[in-house]
Design a protein around this ligand. Structure first.
Ligand code: GDP
Ligand code: MG
Length: 441
């Protein structure tokens, strides 16, 4: 991986005051190769390297890092900002107002699948979606949407394949209005290549109905093509965000990096498989680590940054040993992990965690549920937080009411907490600021 290569380059260099031009040049040569190997567009790479160089030469080398690690730190930050955005999830209108989301993209990119995945996500958040079958060309496209809709328990609106897509879109929105639904997905038709007919049809829909969000679906495996397609769609019809599918099959991830830099629109979600639950929010931090392949280095960097407050960590380790680890500590450790680029990225560096076990844990600690978790914990009394064992049914009921959640969520959190406590006990080095020691430095 890139980090291994950089370790070699900088093997003999000790930590020193400032990054010299030659430190930076040597490191960036490897970074450049890695990015090109990841299928990042040449133009983006060139610009990127230039901006890192400008930032890095003369920068202070942080205590505990060698020059190579310091360059990686800067590279990582720049990668994240290249992919990052304020808009993390699709923007929905408040209350019962209807949000119309038009799904666009080439044939086979994953529009129909992603439509059902996203609808399921929104449904689980209390929205009432409707899927409109606007692909009247591809054989069995309507049926495919119906099957997917059924799987996730979301209604599908279809008028067969004899109507124009624009009329189906209009009728679907009317249907949603009269049935108290508040999100309408337009599953449009794609073509094998960007062509005039497809674009005109999409433009016609956009002119006839109020489309609130246009989401472009692109296939990560197509690499640079995905980047070009994003640019063309954005130029011709305007898009609000991108869903990058089939990231499960793409080991390089270059498209992810270039899309925002090229068309200026953020990637909002990542498709991670064919199952309708395989859709994740897109995290630039994770993608940057993945592209650079640098688990251990990041840990060192985080440590050097003292992002993880050592004193507090020691205190927590003591608490763990004395088994007095409570919900306040749980909340704090979750927040710390979030600051470190995501729970999964932290866990992936731990010995003995990986593969399917990793998936279990990720499912257990859903990062997007952190806010609800926080609400539940804050509804506990200090005594309850410190002594979770006293949580009996009547206390749980009161907490649920306070947090505005169902009691089953409180139960689930308590269970998760117990599992985490157990897990952390098995990993005594985890909280003690010793992370990275097993690395190669
Ligand atoms: P559409 O033509 O854009 O509507 O694309 P479909 O939704 O029909 O998807 C085309 C194929 O890609 C189907 O076989 C999907 O199961 C598959 N697919 C979609 N998203 C993903 C993904 O994230 N990962 C993988 N592995 N397959 C996907
Ligand atoms: Mg389709």
């Amino acid at each position: 991986s890139l980090s291994d290569k950089l370790q070699n380059v900088f093997k003999n260099l000790r930590s020193k005051g400032k990054l010299t031009e030659s430190d930076v040049k040597t490191a960036l040569k490897e970074v450049k190769m890695a990015l090109l190997e990841a299928d990042v567009s040449f133009k983006v790479v060139k610009q990127f390297i230039k901006s890192v160089q400008e930032r890095a030469v003369g920068a202070d080398v942080m205590n505990g890092l060698n020059p190579g690690q310091m360059v990686i730190k800067i590279v990582n930050e720049e990668l994240v900002s290249l992919m990052g955005s304020e808009m993390k999830e699709i923007a929905l209108k408040p209350g019962n107002e209807i949000t119309v989301i038009m799904m666009v993209g080439l044939q086979g990119a994953g529009k129909t699948t992603t439509t059902a995945k996203l609808a399921a996500k929104l449904k689980s958040k209390g929205r009432v979606p409707l899927l409109a079958a606007c692909d009247v060309y591809r054989p069995a496209a309507i049926q495919q949407l119906q099957i997917n809709g059924e799987k996730v328990g979301v209604e599908v609106f279809s008028m067969g394949d004899k109507q124009k897509p624009v009329n189906i879109a209009k009728a679907a929105i009317e249907h949603a209005k009269s049935h108290n639904m508040n999100v309408v997905f337009l599953d449009t038709a794609g073509r094998l290549h960007v062509d005039e007919d497809m674009m005109n049809e999409l433009i016609e829909i956009k002119e006839a109905v109020q489309v609130d969000q246009t989401l472009l679906v692109v296939d990560a495996m197509t690499g640079q093509d995905a980047v070009n397609v994003s640019q063309m769609f954005n130029d011709k019809i305007g898009i609000d965000g991108v869903v990058l599918t089939k990231l499960d099959g793409d080991t390089r991830g270059g498209a992810a990096l270039s899309i925002k830099a090229t068309c200026g629109k953020p990637i909002l979600y990542a498709g991670m498989g064919e199952k309708l639950s395989d859709l994740e929010q897109f995290y630039p931090e994770r993608m940057a680590s993945r592209i650079l392949g640098m688990g251990d280095v990041m840990t060192l960097i985080e440590k050097a940054q003292a992002n993880l407050d050592e004193a507090k960590a020691k205190e927590m380790e003591q608490k763990l040993k004395k088994a007095s680890f409570g919900f306040d500590d749980y909340l704090e450790s979750m927040n710390q992990m979030k600051n470190m680029g995501g729970i999964s990225s932290v866990l992936s560096m731990m010995p003995g965690i990986g593969g399917s076990k990793m998936k279990d844990i990720e499912g257990m600690i859903d990062e997007s549920a952190l806010a609800r978790t926080e609400a539940i914990i804050l509804s506990m009394t200090p005594k309850e937080r410190a002594n979770p064992d006293i949580l009996n049914p009547s206390r749980k009921k009161r907490i649920a009411a306070g947090a505005g959640v169902d009691i089953s969520e409180v139960n689930r959190l308590v269970k998760q907490f117990e599992q985490s406590r157990k897990m952390m006990k098995q990993l005594p080095g985890m909280m003690g600021g010793k992370m990275g020691k097993r690395g190669k430095f």
